[in-house]
Write a protein that binds this ligand. Structure first.
Ligand code: ZN
Length: 523
């Protein structure tokens, strides 16, 4: 019989001991469709996935881990000859799963470094608000600005009455502001993409708008007769700023449902002469990239969007990202396709230790198990596709009771379905040139797509009014001329989710100075 404690012995550090400890009392999630699979393949895949994840958190000791994998595979191979497939299933369930799960929990704790940084907290309580008592009333509204001076006590507090408008220096387009506390001057564009740019605001906004509507970088450059590198530079800066904007506004979101999906993205590895196009396509087939999307079907709010491979580590990182956006006590109903790694990723985020009750009077008490939280609801929509045709759609409730899932959905009159996120995928394919189907606007790499997706994320949530969200006006507004009266008030996903109160324009978002920490009054 082969030696059981392979992993713990291999890593005789505190981490290894922890692994062993976890392996001793671990939860094994039961999934229905695993029984039909060939045990051998399953086991190999489990090992590979575990290696990937363990490698991520063991870091520099990856080589050692890989060596142990080789050994493990050999042992499994020997084991199969001796014990048949039942042994492999035992190995898989009793041994690999727990270790993998443990590694994932560790990875989740670590993945804060991978996902966008958590919301920064204010360093101290805010200073008292300043109310001007002397002089005439101020004409210029400075309530959306904050002092950037790191030595100033009023740094980062928006609208605390410490700022005065100081005219336009040298007749320039932007206003100068004065902080009366630290006597520092700064321009109202500080921290936005317009700061220090000589190109006109209109031009920059239109270029970004063109990119947001799905025209490629070269196309945009031709339309506005700008150098493509300039367009790319603006895109990178705008995406950075809009990501900060999204992070500032999207937090503590309360939703009842989350739909998640991935869509295929074609990235080009072609670099001037380094790799031929044919080679790049071949390489693409080996490392396909996927755009990961999570949205709330009720408000159409895009919670998170990211690009990466279709692996467990990525699923983990993505769930972590979504959980960061949601309110801490918010446990929505998750709906996904049949991608199995979601299960583990969700379980590590929405799980806790449970001490099973004693069944017998004698013997040691049972080990605690890692179980899903009782309020976690998760259902999958499994589509079977043969010869590019959809032949069957089946539903599977993974965590929680079917009645509970149906109750959440019945509030909207829906069934278990991922239709809304699939509709959103169409929007992404239309607006992000590099993800479109059968296009030649390939992106140079993951980073390029990430910038475009960052732009799409903010544009979709704050600028694009959604037809199904529009609200009837109490009083129809007459329009000029002979047109019919205006009956609807447009509504964006962010408005439907209660995050903002108006439709943002791209210019407004790009001019918004994102404060360094959350403000007491909100946006
Ligand atoms: Zn100041």
């Amino acid at each position: 019989m082969w030696a059981l404690p392979l992993w713990p012995q291999a890593t005789p550090t505190s981490q290894g001991e922890e692994l062993a400890e976890f392996g001793r009392h671990a939860f094994v999630p039961a999934t229905g469709d695993q029984r039909n699979e060939d045990h051998d393949k399953l086991c190999q895949r489990e090992l590979a996935a575990a290696g990937e994840v363990l490698g991520a958190f063991l870091g520099d000791r990856l080589n050692e881990v890989e060596e142990k994998y080789e050994q493990a595979l050999i042992k499994i191979d020997r084991g199969r000859r001796f014990f048949g497939s039942s042994c492999l299933s035992w190995f898989n369930c009793q041994y690999m799963k727990p270790l993998r799960l443990y590694a994932l929990i560790r990875l989740c704790l670590k993945s804060t470094a991978l996902t966008p940084a958590p919301r920064p907290q204010a360093p101290a309580a805010p200073p008292p608000r300043l109310v001007p008592t002397r002089g005439r009333r101020r004409q210029v509204d400075t309530s959306t600005h904050f002092c950037p001076n790191p030595d100033c006590a009023y740094r980062g507090w928006v609208g605390w009455g410490n700022l005065r408008a100081n005219g336009h220096p040298s007749g320039g387009p932007w206003r100068q502001l004065l902080c009366v506390v630290c006597r520092g001057y700064f321009l109202e564009t500080l921290g936005t993409i317009f700061h220090g740019k000589r190109a006109s605001v209109d031009l920059i906004v239109r270029v970004i708008a063109c990119l947001a509507e799905g025209l490629g970088i070269r196309g945009t450059a031709r339309v506005f007769e700008v150098d493509p590198n300039t367009v790319l530079q603006w895109l990178v800066e705008a995406a950075e700023q809009l990501r900060a904007f999204s992070r500032h506004v999207l937090h503590d979101v309360r939703v009842r449902q989350v739909q998640r999906d991935e869509l295929f993205a074609l990235l080009s590895a072609v670099k001037d002469g380094e790799v031929s196009a044919a080679e790049a396509i071949e390489r693409l087939e080996r490392t396909p990239q996927w755009v990961w999307v999570a949205m709330d079907p009720e408000s159409k709010l895009l919670l998170a969007i990211d690009v990466g491979s279709r692996t467990l580590a990525m699923a983990q990182r993505f769930v972590h990202h979504v959980v960061q956006v949601l309110a801490p006590d918010c446990a929505p109903l998750f709906l996904t396709d049949g991608f199995r790694e979601y299960l583990t990723a969700l379980l590590t985020h929405y799980g806790h230790w449970v001490q099973p009750p004693r069944r017998q009077d004698k013997g040691p008490s049972p080990k605690p198990r890692w179980m899903p939280l009782p309020q976690l609801l998760y259902a999958q929509v499994v589509k079977t596709i043969r010869r590019r045709r959809l032949v069957r759609v089946s539903h599977r409730v993974v965590f929680g009771a079917l009645e509970a899932v149906e109750q959440v959905l019945a509030a909207c009159g829906w069934q278990i379905d991922t239709a809304f996120v699939e509709r959103l995928n169409l929007g992404i394919r239309q607006r992000v040139a590099a993800v479109g189907r059968r296009v030649t606007t390939l992106c140079k790499g993951e980073d390029g797509v990430r910038h475009q997706l960052g732009l799409f994320h903010a544009y979709h949530n704050f600028c694009l009014a959604h037809a199904s969200l529009r609200v009837p006006l109490l009083q129809p507004v007459p329009t000029n001329g002979t047109g019919s009266v205006k009956q609807w008030r447009p509504c964006t996903p962010a408005m439907a989710a209660g995050l903002t109160d108006h439709v943002w324009t791209l210019r407004e978002m790009l001019l918004f100075r994102v404060p360094p920490w959350p403000q007491p009054a909100g946006v």
